[in-house]
Design a protein around this ligand. Structure first.
Ligand SMILES: [Mg+2]
Length: 148
């Protein structure tokens, strides 16, 4: 499967807060943005099972920056979709839907936003919504995916 992750308030704390991964030296040198605790183990487990891991963000962070941020934690993300790529791909539809994973062949999208789950219901794509206080979020995702 192709599994995509939102960044802000899902994997990177912003308005929402949650524990973050221990920082490596490379990461400290590279960025002040930290990844949610459990991200490394989860992404490596998913890729180990043969899944592809994408990032799908409505931010304008460059794909190169995002690729390097994850690499600084030892994670090789398979593909990155930012707001610019979303807009270019969806064209006039980009304004009416914040995310549309099927446009990128994504099977399931993981996000913090109930609004994205509602869009999934309306436009027929699968989502997993992770709450800020879900400390067992990685097992929650793995259990959800095993039922697909
Ligand atoms: Mg978000």
């Amino acid at each position: 499967m192709i599994i995509s992750f939102d960044l802000d308030d899902t994997l990177i704390p912003g308005i929402k807060t949650f524990p973050t991964e221990p920082q490596t030296l490379w990461h400290k040198l590279f960025s002040r943005e930290k990844l949610r605790s459990g991200t490394i183990r989860l992404m490596k487990a998913l890729q180990g099972k043969g899944h592809s891991v994408y990032i799908y963000t409505t931010s304008y962070r460059s794909p190169l920056y995002i690729r390097r941020l994850f690499l600084s934690y030892g994670i090789r993300v398979n593909k990155i979709i930012n707001k610019r790529i979303h807009d270019e791909t969806l064209r006039e539809r980009a304004g009416i839907i914040s995310k549309y994973p099927p446009a990128f062949s994504i099977d399931i999208h993981i996000d913090d936003s109930p609004g994205v789950a509602m869009e999934g219901g309306r436009y027929h794509f699968k989502t997993i919504i992770i709450e800020e206080n879900n400390t067992g979020w990685t097992d929650f995702i793995l259990a959800h995916l095993s039922r697909q």
